[in-house]
Design a protein around this ligand. Structure first.
Ligand code: G6P
Length: 612
């Protein structure tokens, strides 16, 4: 989704903005632009492109960087209006003195636009955003923050925005409602951004803006108020991410780097959460045993890969804590009539902690009295602030749009939660608890060994990259892993793929199989392995080539029966998704590379989806 950066300070603004926009590229976008105020408060230099940030950089190589020290920059993921240069942000008022960038959707823009047109304002774009600078212009009389607050009171929808006026050089004003925005505090400089990742090379001190708050930021002072102008005490956090974590580090793509980071990242999710006696301890989730024991149900809400991680968790929670657990796409939950109440625990999974549907689902759950636990990667994200308890995924920044290491950590955090619930509810005996935590603690090293399969998967990718369709099948806790394998392939290589519960294959999708449709089968050690083997036999009889994931040394197939065998380390069935997903990530990655796809920023996708 749209990326936002505002800067004011001692450096030239344009290079900072362009550098930050490059860091924001991972969010997914289709056009970009910047505006820089000149020192004397005169003209504003604006550059826009309907291509990549590199195209903006090229424009400046030719024209030279504008000299100003205050500016705003934006990467746009089109919602209202095509991704053209005219629709690219920043947008301006009629005077050309107020410029604004925005992420979100102005839901009442049609009425506002009609009203502003009638009042004589001129519009240049098809965007919903453009009404905002004109509204601000109407209320502006030398105090930008005040004009922004007044204008925003007319707006319904979601926004994170940053505005500057040529009449107040040195000042940037940011505001947010249902979309992320943070203020970065530097030495004699200040930043406003949608994303901490853009700021980490410059500062680690960040003010988290709350819903409906406005920041009036200059290098000398940052004032936070609510929309009615009441002063709000700033919430400052220090971020522990390092700038180099957001670099490719010699890997050709972030996706590959993040796949390879998974052993350390998984270690991060477990660190400090399993005590010396082998029991799970989740100090951040301040829920007492009586409360957990009295729960009637657990509902997991999430989107995308996080939703799939939730499905994996469901198996673990129902098995270990013997409580009904359902998993709902947040976009369905929020508009349904969800059956949750005071005796429900709602667990929201979101890497970014900013996904609009997940946040809305959490608000709905809380309105109905449920207790909410967030599983998120971003300290200070909206989700972390709205939940009753948080389990941080501790993955470090994930830049590739397609989730890999964070999805593994979501599954790991889900297993920890399932163990904690089982313990509190008395449904999990100590020996089993310790056996499973030992399996979890062994998983990072096993994951490391699984990464050594990469050359085999890269070779397979050469042979399968021409495929137009693929099927992924699994059973039990590995059924969601099949869904994730198919999702990864779709996302990064644009090949149609479906994930299916293996037993359901014969009820429809088997009709699609022929020698051109490879079937990736999760056939590692499990309670249902014999059934899985029968399902694979059904597939093979239809001449579909099979790629089978099996446990090392336990290949259940006769020689030559399946086309490709991928052997993964033995682990418990409950922890097997943490390992089994890895070859599927590597296969998707290498197929995408062979096909020449833009792996880190797949077409039409965004890293964090901050609109409905
Ligand atoms: C987008 C990303 C997915 C991600 C999903 C949920 O669709 O492309 O990779 O799984 O959002 O994101 P979240 O930040 O809520 O985990």
């Amino acid at each position: 989704m749209c990326g936002i950066i505002g800067y004011s300070g001692r450096r030239l603004a344009a290079p900072v903005l362009l550098d930050s926009l490059e860091r924001l590229e991972y969010r997914g976008y289709d056009s970009a632009g910047i505006a820089v105020l000149d020192e004397a408060g005169g003209a504003t230099a604006v550059a826009k492109s309907n291509r990549k940030v590199a195209d903006l950089v090229r424009q400046f190589d030719t024209d030279g960087m504008p000299p100003g020290h205050t500016g705003i920059g934006h990467t746009r993921w089109a919602t209202h209006g095509r991704p053209t240069v005219l629709n690219a942000h920043p947008h301006r008022d009629c005077t050309g003195r107020i410029h604004l960038i925005h992420n979100g959707i102005i839901e009442n823009y049609r009425e506002l636009r009609a009203e502003l047109l009638a009042a004589g304002h001129e519009f240049l774009s098809d965007t919903d955003t453009e009404v905002v600078p004109h509204l601000i212009e109407q209320h502006y009389s030398g105090d930008l923050a005040r004009a922004v607050r007044t204008a925003l009171q007319r707006i319904t929808g979601a926004y994170a925005l940053v505005v500057m006026s040529a009449d107040e050089p040195g000042l940037i004003v940011g505001a947010r409602l249902n979309a992320p925005l943070v203020v970065g505090l530097g030495d004699d400089e200040v930043f406003v951004s949608s994303d901490i990742t853009a700021l980490i090379p410059y500062t680690k001190r960040v003010i988290l803006l709350g819903e409906g708050e406005v920041a009036s930021a200059s290098p000398q002072e940052v004032v936070i108020t609510s929309l009615d102008g009441t002063r709000v005490e700033p919430r400052i956090v220090v971020v522990d991410w390092e700038a180099e974590q957001a670099q490719k580090d010699g890997f050709p793509h972030f996706m590959l780097k993040e796949i390879h980071e998974q052993p350390q990242s998984l270690d991060g999710a477990l660190r400090g959460r399993i005590d010396d006696s082998g029991f799970v301890d989740l100090p951040d989730v301040a829920l007492d045993d009586d409360h957990l024991a009295a729960l009637d149900q657990v509902t997991i809400v999430a989107c995308g890969s996080a939703w799939i991680a939730g499905m994996v968790t469901r198996y673990a929670i129902e098995k270990l804590a013997r409580v009904r657990c359902d998993v709902q796409a947040a976009s369905e939950f929020r508009y349904g009539d969800p059956l949750v109440d005071e005796r429900s625990l709602v667990v929201a999974y979101s890497q970014s902690g900013e996904t609009a549907d997940t946040l809305a689902a959490v608000r709905e759950a809380r309105r109905r009295g449920a207790t909410v636990v967030a599983v998120t990667n971003v300290v200070g994200s909206a989700l972390s602030m709205e939940a009753d308890g948080v389990i941080y995924m501790q993955s470090g920044p994930e830049i590739c749009v397609a989730a890999t290491k964070t999805m593994v950590n979501q599954m790991a955090c889900g297993l920890l939660l399932a163990l904690r619930l089982g313990q509190a509810r008395g449904t999990l005996d100590d020996e089993e608890h310790r056996r499973l935590t030992a399996a979890l603690l062994a998983a990072p090293a096993q994951l490391e060994r699984t990464l050594a399969l990469e050359p085999q998967l890269a070779e397979m990718a050469q042979r399968y990259s021409h495929m137009r369709n693929a099927m992924y099948i699994g059973r039990g806790i590995n059924f969601p892993v099949a869904l994730e394998g198919a999702l990864k392939l779709k996302e990064v290589s644009y090949i149609h793929a479906e994930g299916y519960a293996a037993g359901e294959l014969k009820h429809g999708p088997i009709a699609l199989l022929d020698p051109d449709v490879p079937v990736v089968a999760l056939a590692t050690r499990s309670r249902t392995l014999p059934k899985m083997v029968s399902n694979i036999q059904e597939v093979s009889s239809r001449d579909a080539p099979v790629i089978a994931l099996v446990t090392e040394g336990e290949n259940p197939f006769d020689d030559g029966f399946v086309r490709d065998i991928v052997e993964v380390p033995l682990t418990d069935e409950l922890t097997s998704p943490l390992i089994n997903v890895v070859p599927l990530q590597l296969l998707a990655y290498h197929v995408a590379v062979v096909r020449g796809c833009d792996v880190d920023q797949p077409r039409n996708l965004a890293k964090s989806v901050t609109v409905e």
